[in-house]
Design a protein around this ligand. Structure first.
Ligand code: FAD
Length: 413
């Protein structure tokens, strides 16, 4: 079956629903969202679910319940893109043509890039907050830690979604061990692919101090390459320094894996992709660099921001304004500055809200407060305010929000 849509949105996750809702608020019709999954997750709360602090059911809603009224949902996946003929082929064989295309399929969790990981996940101590199917098992693993145990956490190569997610669960695990009075009797080790703990130096300095205070053994430039589940060992390759290329075998009782992440296959093989496989957009306008009527945002876009729902919240209005501008022949707006926000849960009850733009510039939204400090207020924002902002504001197409402060001056280190 063929069809035509004025605006075709591929992917009904955080980005797809937000863009559709914003367009509807402006009275635009002829919109369809192509989305294969019947379940939509609020992924930012997975960290809390894994730490036993939040109910998985509260992260889940039916996709249909979120599709804005007046928008059609096509239950299929996009399998091929032909931007020269303004058409997309779906997994069911249908071909849809469009006037404007918005690509927001998110990214692919590449479990198979680590030998043995896909089979190991979900039993015998191997868990991941990145998997909705296994996120509650993280909490089972934390609860099972006992004196003499070794808990190992990994951070994959960039890019991956939520720059803080691999380490937030480290601090929440430490907090649980402290509460149970066994912190000193459990080894906690964090193996990071990058040479730093966080990509923004201001926050990296604070986080390195917090990791040290938590007694976390940090190993940089270590990449998880294999999991031997029967032997309960993780194998890392050293990716920098004098020992580059050497492998180390680390025994574990609990292994929390943040998996390697890649562009979805349908995007990678399409003319929309850059050489790395991501949808090639201008990083400020989110417009495709070769196809003027194509936009992309969220995790699948090539823009070098941190892949977060917070970034989506700031990208979506830019995409919407640019599509409407194109319709009336106006100039393209370069309105996205790379904003991302990552609430780093440093303990159960405390967080640092890391907000920054391109170039690692710190840009807090809350005035007067030192953005590098752990606070109970930031924890409340993460656990209570942001879920409401997501479900009832962002996904409903509301856009107004206090601006982040781009004139903020970092205190001298
Ligand atoms: P998604 O929300 O993943 O949606 C993509 C959609 O596209 C999915 O519904 C999928 O089914 C669909 N799709 C896939 N392929 C196709 C196809 N071929 N055709 C059609 N549809 C397709 N962000 C924050 O801001 N703060 C946080 O604290 C935070 N913490 C996180 C913690 C974890 C553990 C994880 C996993 C993520 C976290 N994030 C956080 C990141 C945030 O969830 C993502 O950046 C955000 O969901 C990206 O939105 P998206 O629409 O691009 O992708």
């Amino acid at each position: 079956m063929a069809g035509h849509r004025k605006i075709l949105i591929i992917g009904g996750g955080a980005a797809g629903i937000t863009v559709a809702a914003s367009l509807r608020r402006r009275g635009i019709g002829g919109i369809a969202i192509v989305e294969p999954s019947d379940t939509h997750y609020y992924q930012p709360a997975f960290t809390l679910v894994g730490a036993g602090i939040y109910d998985l059911a509260k992260t889940r809603r039916s996709t249909d319940s979120l599709i804005p009224s007046g928008v059609a949902r096509i239950k299929a996946a996009a399998s091929a893109f032909d931007p020269e003929s303004n058409s997309v082929t779906l997994s069911n064989g249908d071909k849809i043509t469009y006037d404007y295309l918005v690509v927001c399929t998110g990214l692919k969790l590449d479990w198979d890039k680590v030998e043995g990981l896909a089979d190991a996940l979900g039993h015998d101590g191997v868990c991941s907050n990145y998997s909705p199917q296994h996120v509650t098992y993280t909490w089972d693993c934390i609860k099972a830690l006992k004196p003499g145990s070794r808990a190992v956490f990994t951070q994959p190569p960039l890019p991956f979604k939520c720059p803080g997610a691999p380490q937030k669960i480290v601090y929440l695990t430490v907090d649980d061990l402290k509460r149970r009075g066994i912190r000193d009797q459990v080894e906690v080790e964090y193996y990071v692919h990058a040479p730093v703990i966080f990509g923004v130096p201001f926050f990296a300095r604070q986080l390195a101090k917090i990791a040290e205070a938590c007694g976390v053994k940090l190993s940089y430039q270590h990449n998880l390459v294999a999991v031997d589940s029967p032997a309960k060992t993780a194998i890392f390759e050293i990716v920098g320094g004098e020992k580059q290329g050497q492998r180390v075998t680390v025994p574990y009782d609990m292994l929390h894996v943040s998996p390697p992440q890649s562009p979805p296959d349908a995007i990678k093989s399409s003319p929309l992709a850059n050489t790395a496989g991501w949808v090639e957009v201008n990083q400020n306008s989110m417009q495709h660099v070769r196809y003027a009527n194509v936009f992309s945002l969220g995790d699948v876009a090539s823009s070098p921001n941190s892949k977060t729902a917070a970034a989506v919240r700031k990208q979506a209005p830019v995409v919407v304004r640019n599509i409407l501008g194109l319709m009336r022949g106006a100039a393209i707006e370069n309105g996205y500055d790379g904003y991302a926000s990552c609430p780093l849960t440093t303990a159960n009850g405390k967080a640092i809200i890391a907000e920054f733009v391109y170039g690692g510039k710190v840009t807090p939204t809350l005035p007067l407060l030192d953005p590098g400090k752990q606070r109970r207020l930031s924890w409340w924002i993460k656990t209570s305010f942001l879920p409401v902002l997501y479900w009832s504001y962002m996904l409903k197409g509301y856009e107004w929000f206090p601006k982040h402060n781009t004139a903020f001056k970092e205190p001298v280190a």
